[in-house]
Design a protein around this ligand. Structure first.
Ligand SMILES: [Zn+2]
Length: 286
């Protein structure tokens, strides 16, 4: 069924698992993500970034909503990295059930102000809100916004931020980058910091830039209290690697011939994430 991010994440927080937020900007990929989530009986969050909304067109959200309503697993439709208030109003208007306001590049006070304003509007109409404090890195120009250097989230600041904004979940910077890591950059999570943050604030915590981190570190982060992990690059790489292979045959032209093997390849990767995050079977908790 269609539900909010808060409903999905509060259960994940209580039972210590993480829900994948898969970025969607293609209809075939969307169907594949729903299929694998239902096969695994796993709750899922569909993350759509403003650039992706622009690519698919806001009218696609109506179809996504309709499919979510008749799904066997809980689904939230989440506006990823909302940059300003106007975008949040667009998200509310077009049927999203969850929004992120990303004021992480702003000074603390300004981040609080915009996040509070978004919480006020979103809560009034039943949507949940994710905020972000600290900055997540970015690896290349195709990655989502971030900075060259990570600014780690301070636990006391996080507490003040959550109390003054009323956000339902918080994205924290503990050592991840958006995108695919270059060979020179070694992914390393500050699990000690994550533990401190989790001991300080009680709302669900979110990890962005989860592609490429070692599986054991990610699994440990889930045990320590990460409840939502954004996955974008990993599923898109799997999908398009397979597509390059399929398109090597110059005679193919039909999407219904080209896309299915690519979807299958993407589903394998998405399924591994669902297992790694301990989300498989968890739809029965709702
Ligand atoms: Zn992100």
């Amino acid at each position: 069924m269609l539900t909010t991010g808060k409903v999905i994440l509060d259960v994940a927080n209580e039972h210590r698992f993480a829900v994948p937020a898969f970025n969607i900007s293609d209809y075939a990929m969307f169907n594949g993500i729903i299929e694998i989530s239902e096969e695994k009986n796993a709750p899922v969050i569909l993350g759509i970034h403003p650039d992706e909304v622009q690519h698919v067109g806001v009218d696609m959200i109506a179809a996504v909503t309709q499919r979510a309503h008749r799904s066997t697993v809980p689904i939230a439709i989440h506006w990823d990295h909302g940059a300003n208030y106007d975008q949040i109003l667009t998200a509310i208007h077009s049927g999203f059930t969850s929004v992120m306001i990303d004021g992480s590049m702003l000074p603390f006070k300004e981040n609080v102000a915009i996040s509070k304003k978004v919480v006020h509007a979103a809560h009034a109409v039943g949507l949940s809100v994710e905020g972000e404090l600290g900055t997540i890195g970015m690896t290349d120009s195709q990655a989502e916004e971030g900075s060259d250097a990570i600014i780690y989230t301070d636990p006391e600041d996080a507490l003040a931020f959550v109390e003054s904004t009323g956000v339902d979940s918080l994205a924290v910077a503990i050592g991840t980058y958006h995108g695919i890591y270059p060979k020179t950059l070694k992914p390393e999570l500050r699990l000690d910091l994550l533990k401190q943050i989790k001991d300080t604030i009680s709302i669900p915590l979110v990890l962005h830039g989860g592609s490429n981190n070692p599986d054991d570190e990610v699994a440990e982060a889930v045990k320590l209290g990460i409840n939502k992990i954004n996955i974008s690059s990993d599923i898109k790489v799997a999908y398009h690697m397979k597509m390059r292979e399929v398109l090597a045959d110059q005679s193919v032209r039909e999407p219904l011939i080209i896309q299915p093997p690519c979807i299958e390849a993407m589903k394998v990767v998405a399924g591994q994430m669902i297992e790694l995050f301990d989300t498989a079977g968890k739809a029965s908790l709702y």
